[in-house]
Design a binder for this molecule. Structure first.
Ligand code: ZN
Length: 377
């Protein structure tokens, strides 16, 4: 019988095979274009039947977020639909930082990834289904560096303009799973939250801002090596056309409320980041964000406000980041939603950990919180 074979030459695949020895393999994560970030991995192991695999991903002390590997378990699937966790451990002292994944697949082929992958094929399925729904208009905002379309779905006939966008950081696949939940809610004629939101708001939904990074298996950059969430001060039509076109569309339809959806490598819970430190900050503007955050925290145990990012000091906000730029430029209530890769210790789910299902459910709570926020006094 032949030995195991490891391959990542497919949509969102990313791994380098250093060596294979029986049931074990030594691996490394290639850098994103730009050579600055590495963290996302996605590969398949064939010839795995009856084996206890030991997969060692080395060199991780140089990864984008070394803290992301602590208390982290990789995801594994044999049908590429249901992703469970494979017991993993991190040793910063082994081979420049090594994540060891141990798993005995039931069948001959297993797929491993940093988080449940979200392929570009699935993206097109999502867009097709939403675009075919009653009352939805599809816009092609422009093309990416590799020439992929930037899809935007518009719905609702209300006064309040809302922008929802995700996957500026392509390896944060949580963000597009979240979009499935959001689009389910907003396009279902029988969903009461969606029904009321469509009456009150006009939504522009961009499920994937970085299709090139998604297909190439990047964590953070586009095909030109740009971190799109650092391009919002002066997006370039050549190097960051994804942000260039999105911001142009926002200028034409200025957001009142905007949510930019992400995943955080190190923090094991969901949280929001606001726009403290923008030049035009007022307490009244900031309070609109804190009001939303408080409503969401009350609605779901999967969201909290204790852990999160350090708030910027007055005048120190980085305007190359989307949330700060959108809050400053439009006076919008803008925010960055972060979801974990790890399991949420406050409500653990040992088999799947934080999962696509949890992302979808959080999206529904985010939209229900938006409806309540519109009614607040
Ligand atoms: Zn991110």
């Amino acid at each position: 019988m032949a030995g195991i074979a490891i391959n990542s030459a497919f949509d969102s695949g990313n791994i380098e095979v250093l060596s294979i020895d029986g049931d074990s393999a030594k691996l490394a994560i290639p850098y994103d274009a730009g050579g600055e970030f590495k963290q996302w991995f996605h590969f398949r192991v064939s010839g795995a039947g009856g084996r206890e695999l030991t997969l060692k991903i080395t060199g991780l002390n140089d990864s984008a977020y070394p803290k992301g590997w602590e208390d982290y378990d990789a995801v594994v699937s044999e049908d590429r639909d249901y992703w469970t966790r494979a017991k993993s451990s991190f040793d910063a002292g082994e081979d420049g930082g090594t994540l060891t994944i141990r798993h005995a697949p039931a069948g001959d082929i297993a797929w491993f990834a940093y988080f449940a992958p979200y392929s570009m094929e699935r993206h097109h399925d999502l867009v097709a289904e939403a675009a075919a729904s009653e009352g939805v208009t599809h816009h092609n905002l422009g093309n990416s560096v590799d020439g992929q379309p930037l899809d935007c779905l518009e719905m609702g006939e209300g006064e309040t303009t809302v922008w929802l966008y995700a996957r500026q950081h392509p390896g944060e696949t949580q963000a597009e799973w979240w979009m499935e939940g959001a689009l389910d809610c907003l396009t279902d004629p029988a969903d009461p939250v969606g029904m009321h939101l469509r009456k009150r708001c006009r939504f522009f939904v961009v499920p994937n801002v970085n299709p090139d990074g998604s297909r190439r298996g990047h964590l953070r950059t586009n095909a030109a090596g740009r971190n799109l969430n650092r391009e919002w001060a002066e997006p370039s039509e050549e190097h960051s056309p994804e942000v260039f076109h999105l911001l142009k569309a926002m200028d034409a339809n200025p957001p009142v409320f905007a949510m930019d959806v992400h995943g955080d490598e190190a923090i094991p819970v969901s949280f929001l980041a606001g726009y403290e430190g923008i030049p035009g900050w007022t307490d009244e503007h900031g309070q609109r964000f804190y009001d939303y955050e408080a409503i969401l925290e009350r609605r779901t145990p999967d969201f909290q406000t204790e852990q999160g990012y350090t708030k910027s000091a007055p005048g120190k906000a980085n305007l190359s980041m989307s949330t700060n730029q959108v809050a400053e430029r439009f006076g919008a209530t803008a925010m960055t939603l972060e979801m974990p890769y790890k399991d949420n210790p406050a409500s653990p789910e040992p088999e799947q950990g934080w999962s696509p299902e949890r992302c979808r459910m959080l999206a529904r709570d985010c939209l229900a919180a938006l409806l309540e926020w519109l009614d607040r006094k």
